[in-house]
Design a protein around this ligand. Structure first.
Ligand SMILES: *[C@@H]1O[C@H](CO)[C@@H](O)[C@H](O)[C@H]1NC(C)=O
Ligand SMILES: *[C@@H]1O[C@H](CO)[C@@H](O)[C@H](O)[C@H]1NC(C)=O
Ligand SMILES: *[C@@H]1O[C@H](CO)[C@@H](O)[C@H](O)[C@H]1NC(C)=O
Ligand SMILES: *[C@@H]1O[C@H](CO)[C@@H](O)[C@H](O)[C@H]1NC(C)=O
Ligand SMILES: *[C@@H]1O[C@H](CO)[C@@H](O)[C@H](O)[C@H]1NC(C)=O
Length: 254
């Protein structure tokens, strides 16, 4: 528990950007950048009904690697475009590409899309986004939806599967990289069980959004999945703790 507490504090500090405790070097010459596009399960948690893996993922990269979290709580693939978040993210992408960086753009939706339309509609919207990003010179990376942590007995009740499949299908059709965050997070959350899963909740009854511990856990899970599909990325080898083995083994960290 003592270790877990230290990790929680270290993680929270790092996620909040107060990382002067961490002696690792700044690499100011990064030739890679990340832009994160998605809903509240990617977003940084500064608004209510928010709190996703994005900032935890950014914390897994060398300092000096641009990593811009454009996750927006409540967004569907439709509203993200209609309300201007897409054009803001695209302008970040254009700047990073113009700076000569290999610009990787994650696309993760589903939690809100499933409330408004079928998975096919989300797939069509993701196809448009991915093609536009490709034309802009970026690398789109499709990410299937982070699982919710509501349980029925000892198993997560999942409703996101069709949307997760739709995201991965877009990647297959367009020959783009993807990570199955839905599958990996579902497996992990089922393994750690209901109590440990709920210790990652932003609020006790909020099984969707993440507290600082959840941001660390799922941020690193995303980083570990990305490292398997894309090479040459500036992942920090020791970001103050090393939870990758525990994640792979399905062990609770907090
Ligand atoms: C980025 O920099 C690294 C290390 O300096 C180098 O190995 C890699 O080839 C570079 N990648 C690109 C796309 O320039
Ligand atoms: C969090 O994200 C929002 C929306 O993109 C942004 O306006 C805000 O500056 C971000 N805050 C931090 C601390 O990164
Ligand atoms: C896809 O985008 C259209 C607008 O272009 C929107 O009407 C539709 O709801 C979106 N689908 C989803 C699943 O968000
Ligand atoms: C919970 O699981 C039981 C047993 O598998 C099943 O009968 C029931 O329909 C499930 N309830 C919900 C709300 O999914
Ligand atoms: C982190 O843990 C993994 C798995 O145990 C190991 O392969 C890796 O070398 C560790 N990284 C560091 C920097 O210690």
């Amino acid at each position: 528990m003592h270790n877990a507490l230290l990790l929680l504090i270290a993680g929270a500090l790092r996620v909040l950007g107060q990382n002067n405790w961490d002696p690792h070097p700044v690499h100011s010459d990064s030739n890679v950048s990340f832009i994160l596009i998605g809903d509240s399960t990617t977003a940084n948690g500064t608004t209510p009904n928010s709190g996703g893996w994005g900032n935890g993922f950014c914390a897994s990269l060398w300092d000096g690697t641009p990593c811009i979290n454009r996750g927006k709580n409540g967004a569907t693939t439709g509203t993200y475009v209609a309300e201007g978040y897409w054009s803001a993210a695209l302008s970040d992408v254009e700047q990073q590409v113009a700076a000569g960086r290999r610009t990787i753009v994650t696309l993760q939706f589903g939690h809100n899309d499933q409330k408004v339309a079928l998975a096919e509609s989300m797939a069509a919207n993701l196809t448009y986004m991915a093609n536009t990003l490709k034309s802009a010179g970026a690398v789109p990376l499709l990410v299937s939806s982070l699982t919710r942590r509501g349980f029925n007995g000892s198993t997560v009740s999942d409703t996101l599967q069709p949307f997760a499949e739709a995201s991965l299908d877009v990647a297959r059709k367009l020959l783009l990289p993807s990570i199955d965050l839905h599958g990996a997070s579902l497996k992990y959350v089922n393994k750690i069980g209901v109590d440990a899963a709920h210790r990652l909740n932003r609020l006790p009854n909020d099984n969707t959004h993440l507290n600082p511990a959840g941001v660390v856990v799922f941020g690193q899970l995303v980083a570990d999945l990305v490292a398997k599909v894309l090479t040459g990325l500036p992942f920090e080898q020791t970001n103050g703790w090393n939870i990758s083995a525990q994640l792979a083994a399905g062990e609770a960290i907090f």
